[in-house]
Ligand binder design. Structure first.
Ligand code: NAP
Ligand code: F7E
Length: 401
């Protein structure tokens, strides 16, 4: 099968092995979902004042951390998972058998299931995290991205209205710094005009405005969190941070030769996903429904992220850049062995339209919500490096989507 651009983001990706997610002592990830459906078990009776939360995208990076957080807070958590011919539950395996966790098959493109689940479980809080979230892939699947990431938000809002819950249910929409795209102001805050640069961002723009419209039209507690990039050991392998972390560890252990990247000079405001899911929860606890920027206020380039990972004590293979900067002729060598190319630039990883630089201003969330990131950029890189090196040493593949 020919390889289309975007598919090859993770260097030589291998399919997760069955045993990784279905090993002895661990719950089977797919077959048992029906057992976790309260309709099958009859165990979903709420305990006293227990809050009910509904998470779309629970199998993703943010969904998995948010589910953990809400379970710690004693919520009854209902999550939507997509039917897949493989396993897509690796990130929630550790909370799989939790008494307050219920999983249901569903899809953002299927309004029937959204309406059924919302009316049946009458959530106090909905976190809409489900999305085709890869910007590069959105250029290859623009229509699906528009359906899932844009119209899907409308389907969810309408499911709440159809159930007559718009005065009870609070809804968090996973909006994104990609809305700022070709930035009109530096740093970007809640009032900065949007200029989306990808089918993903355009779909999310619809999601953003339909949330605002339903808030203003129906007095619906519907909010947008405009979140800047956040990463973690659970980040999918085709996003740039995880791709770099994974390559550094694989190269160190002799399992990979080179790392191929696109735009080395793109700059991002990278935080840790754990801090950002705490922010999502705080947004829904605030008395007023409005839109919030969550960011660190610091910015680093892809190039500097590469340097940081290869300089990490677990790797200790400093990179030196050679060739014409900012062109496909540029490459990175091992400083102590200049004949050994560690990083190459590959046109396949450039986007038809790029977002060059994002930097958020989280003042509003800092001052009004009291939200501040607890993990620094160094903490983030270290957390990702340690988790990946452990996995490589144990021969485990993680989150290859
Ligand atoms: P992620 O790891 O890619 O997770 C996306 C989740 O959405 C997965 O559970 C995925 O299911 C699910 N999903 C995809 N298409 C779906 C569909 N049609 N119906 C139902 N579920 C679907 O993304 P993330 O990093 O956790 O991000 C969470 C949300 O925040 C996304 O909406 C993303 O666009 C947004 N966001 C992310 C960032 C960031 O830096 N991480 C920043 C701003 C906004 P599978 O597991 O089956 O694929
Ligand atoms: O790219 C550049 C690439 O794919 C970051 C999603 O969570 O955050 C994420 O979107 C930058 C871009 O994330 C490669 O061109 C260079 O400039 O890790 P990324 P993203 O596009 O910023 C936002 C906030 C979201 O909402 C999204 O859902 O890195 N880059 N070389 C590369 N990117 C990738 N993926 N692969 C490369 O080889």
């Amino acid at each position: 099968m020919s390889k289309r651009a975007g598919e090859g983001d993770a260097a030589s990706p291998k399919k997760p092995k069955l045993g990784d997610m279905n090993s002895p002592g661990k719950p089977p990830p797919v077959g048992s979902i029906a057992q976790l459906d309260p309709a099958a078990t009859g165990t979903d009776a709420k305990k006293g004042q227990q809050k009910v939360a509904f998470i779309t995208g629970i199998t993703g990076q943010d969904g998995s951390y948010l589910a953990e957080l809400l379970l710690e807070k004693d919520y009854q958590v209902h999550g939507i998972i997509r039917r897949s011919s493989g396993f897509n539950t690796a990130r929630i395996e550790h909370i799989y058998g939790h008494d307050n966790l219920f999983l249901h098959y569903g899809d953002m493109c299927d309004s029937t299931c959204l309406q059924y689940l919302v009316s049946k479980y009458q959530p106090d809080e909905i976190y809409n995290l489900a999305a085709q979230s890869h910007v590069k892939v959105s250029f290859e699947m623009p229509e699906y991205t528009a359906q899932a990431d844009g119209v899907g938000v409308l389907k969810l809002l309408e499911a709440v209205r159809a159930a007559g819950l718009e005065k009870k249910t609070k809804l968090y929409q996973a909006s994104t710094s990609e809305l700022y795209g070709k930035v009109q102001e530096i740093p970007q805050k809640e009032t900065t005009p949007f200029y989306p640069r990808s089918p993903y961002a355009v779909a999310k723009l619809y999601g953003y405005w339909i949330i605002v419209n339903y808030r203003e039209s129906y007095d619906f507690f519907a909010t947008n969190g405009i979140l800047f990039n956040h990463e973690s050991p659970r980040r999918g392998a085709t996003f740039v941070t995880q791709k770099i972390v994974r390559a550094a560890c694989h190269i160190k252990m002799g399992k990979q030769k080179q790392l191929a990247l696109g735009n080395l000079d793109a700059k991002r405001d990278w935080g840790h996903a754990k801090d950002y899911v705490r922010g999502m929860w705080m947004i829904l606890q605030h008395h007023e429904a409005r839109d919030w920027v969550l960011a660190t206020g610091e910015q680093y380039s892809v190039r500097s992220f590469v340097e940081k990972c290869f300089n990490h004590p677990l790797i200790n293979m400093p990179v030196e850049w050679k060739g014409e900067p900012g062109t496909a002729e540029e490459y990175g060598v091992l400083k102590s062995e200049p004949g050994r190319k560690l990083v190459v630039v590959d046109q396949r990883y450039f986007r038809p339209a790029e977002v060059e630089s994002l930097l958020g201003d989280p003042t509003l969330a800092n001052e009004v919500l009291g939200w501040k990131p607890e993990m620094s950029y160094d903490d983030l890189v270290n957390d990702m490096m340690v988790a990946e090196m452990d996995a490589v040493k144990e021969g485990r593949e993680r989150f290859m989507q």
